[in-house]
Design a protein around this ligand. Structure first.
Ligand SMILES: [Zn+2]
Length: 249
């Protein structure tokens, strides 16, 4: 026999029959008295005692207990920009898609370690396309995708997060924690870029409620070197911001 791993006490179908059993302690002498004095006929004695407990069990099963069906915390969606077939920005042999897959895996590692449920657009080196990433956003409590910026000027640098105005604070917190870990500066409004002002215009991922973190410029040699040296630290810091955010919501 295997026991179900839960407390049976929360169910009314367990509680009510136990209540019924206690009632019987009172009810049986009462019925005895009633039949002894012929107030109710003898034959009803067994019927009343026989029906009470099954009836209470049935009632306990039927009464809705919505709290029993509430899901625990939602899940976080953590995805990597681009895909296995779209490398994104490229600097020599280094591809944006590869860097952000590593970053996605690191953030996911720290979130799961903290006990959060995480959905990703792939594990290991797998990186599903944007359309799959967007499908994950629905139902998630927060959704973040990682990218690297690129510019013709090799001097361009900094961290920014593109998000809807409602997520401005979280966007700024994410950018700041990445910038601090990598020794970079913030772009935009303290690290937040309204998607209407983003160079890429309206982004499907952001429209669906996600945030896009641009971790730095792949085209900037110094920033790329700092990213490679410290991205695990930055990923851990990002996970911390998301854990704090989830615990507040
Ligand atoms: Zn990108």
């Amino acid at each position: 026999m295997n026991f179900i791993n839960e407390s049976a006490w929360k169910y009314l179908s367990v509680k009510l029959p136990i209540l019924g059993a206690f009632l019987m302690l009172v009810l049986i002498p009462l019925l005895q008295w009633l039949t002894d004095y012929q107030i109710i006929p003898q034959q009803y004695h067994a019927t009343v005692t026989g029906i009470l407990i099954p009836a209470l069990a049935w009632l306990g099963r039927k009464i809705a207990q919505p709290k029993l069906h509430q899901q625990p915390l939602g899940f976080a969606t953590i995805t990597a920009g681009h895909s296995n077939t779209d490398p994104g920005a490229v600097s020599g042999k280094i591809k944006e898609a590869d860097l952000v897959v590593n970053f996605r895996n690191a953030v996911t590692h720290y979130l799961r370690e903290a006990g959060l449920q995480v959905k990703t657009d792939g594990t290991g080196s797998r990186n599903d396309p944007l359309s799959s990433a967007i499908k994950l956003i629905k139902g998630s409590s927060v959704a973040v995708e990682f990218h690297m910026n690129a510019a013709t000027s090799k001097q361009a640098n900094g961290v920014e997060t593109i998000a809807l105005p409602k997520d401005k604070k979280l966007a700024q917190d994410l950018s700041k924690t990445v910038a601090d870990a990598l020794g970079s500066r913030l772009r935009g409004d303290n690290g937040w870029i309204d998607q209407s002002k983003s160079a890429r215009g309206r982004l499907a991922y952001v429209n669906a409620g996600g945030l896009i973190v641009e971790l730095g410029f792949i085209s900037n040699e110094d920033e790329l070197a700092r990213f490679n040296a410290r991205y695990w630290l930055a990923a851990k810091a990002v996970a911390k911001v998301l854990i704090d955010y989830e615990s507040r919501n």
